[in-house]
Design a protein around this ligand. Structure first.
Ligand SMILES: [Zn+2]
Length: 340
């Protein structure tokens, strides 16, 4: 499986699933060998890498809840018996309880950045974007978009660390020329600032800067902001969706912005019913995600070496669509994403 090849999202679903299954079995073998927490949990469920013969067999692995995740010391989810390669460490916001932390090795981070670049690249209206990145560098999304845009040959100017009242984002943006703006639609939980907030302060912002591409995340783009951005000359709008434990794992469809194509590979995204089984096309369920792959320099998937999460319920529900999309991608779609 090559994580930098955009054909991965347009492949025949059976062919992609066969590659995901191989990666899954390799990852299960890895955690059984090196992570006592998972060795015990999988043994308790009677699961090993040889007993997973199809993605449907995943239902035998119990769903991990956020409460369970919080009850485990962070290092207990890291592989033992080798020198740890913890390159990136980021915490969740803690909306549903004590924040948790995830660690990525260098090859894990490469996989996440490359997969995000793969999802973004097909929506880029220019070959080498010049971006102002308004996301906080203390959280995951800021550094992730920075890394992904660099992979696309872009130049990225990051917002400073100052609070908004001390050094407003609008004043920072005036210091740069850029054609791509990386910013959420609305500020989340009163932190940072979103395009909707800036729009009220400076109605000609996007047109004056010549912004052609707006990139954001977590379904924060409302219809009013989308229409305003289009009217200001923005040609492409990319809205990523993910979770802080994993980073981005889906991107809005170019044809239907309310649908998110799952970027399978660095992670495995499922929508499951109350029994933990994958739902059928058109059915609602809970979103559960597995850390699946790191990536070597040539894009080939390798084992995920950092925090090991198999089937974590990320706290959201969605309706799953698995039929091919009119945009040309076959990657499964999440729609009607909502908190559960
Ligand atoms: Zn689509």
């Amino acid at each position: 499986m090559n994580l930098i090849d955009s054909a991965l999202d347009a492949a025949v679903p059976d062919a992609r699933e066969a590659m995901l299954l191989l990666a899954l079995r390799r990852q299960i073998a890895f955690v059984r060998a090196g992570v006592p927490f998972w060795r015990a949990r999988l043994a308790g469920a009677g699961v090993n890498e040889n007993s997973i013969e199809s993605l449907a067999d995943l239902r035998r692995i119990p769903i991990l809840t956020k409460d369970e995740l919080r009850s485990v010391r962070p290092a207990a989810l890291l592989p033992e018996g080798r020198s740890l390669d913890v390159a990136i460490c980021r915490w969740t916001s803690g909306t549903s309880g004590r924040p948790t932390v995830s660690f990525w090795s260098d090859t894990d981070w490469a996989a996440l950045a490359a997969s995000t670049a793969r999802m973004l690249g097909r929506q880029a209206p220019m070959p080498s974007p010049i971006a102002f990145n308004g996301y906080s560098q203390f959280h995951l999304t800021g550094p992730l978009y920075h890394a992904a845009l660099r992979r696309l040959g872009g130049t990225v100017y990051d917002r400073s660390h100052h609070p908004e009242d001390l050094f407003p984002t609008l004043r920072q943006m005036e210091l740069f020329d850029f054609d791509t703006l990386v910013l959420p639609g609305r500020a989340v939980r009163g932190k940072g600032i979103g395009l909707g907030d800036l729009m009220e302060l400076d109605p000609d912002l996007l047109a004056r800067h010549g912004v052609r591409w707006w990139i954001g995340s977590s379904g924060t783009f409302d219809a009013e902001s989308l229409a305003w951005a289009r009217a200001q000359g923005v040609e492409s709008i990319s809205n990523g969706y993910g979770a802080s434990e994993f980073g981005l794992f889906s991107m809005s469809c170019a044809r239907n912005p309310a649908h998110y194509h799952a970027g399978q590979g660095h992670v495995l995204v499922e929508v499951v019913d109350s029994s933990g089984a994958l739902v059928q096309n058109g059915q609602p369920g809970r979103i559960v995600v597995t850390h699946l792959c790191g990536m070597t320099d040539d894009g080939q998937a390798c084992v995920h070496g950092g925090t090991q999460l198999l089937r974590l319920a990320v706290g959201d529900g969605a309706t799953l669509l698995t039929d091919p999309c009119e945009c040309g991608l076959t990657a499964p779609r999440l729609c009607n994403v909502h908190r559960v």
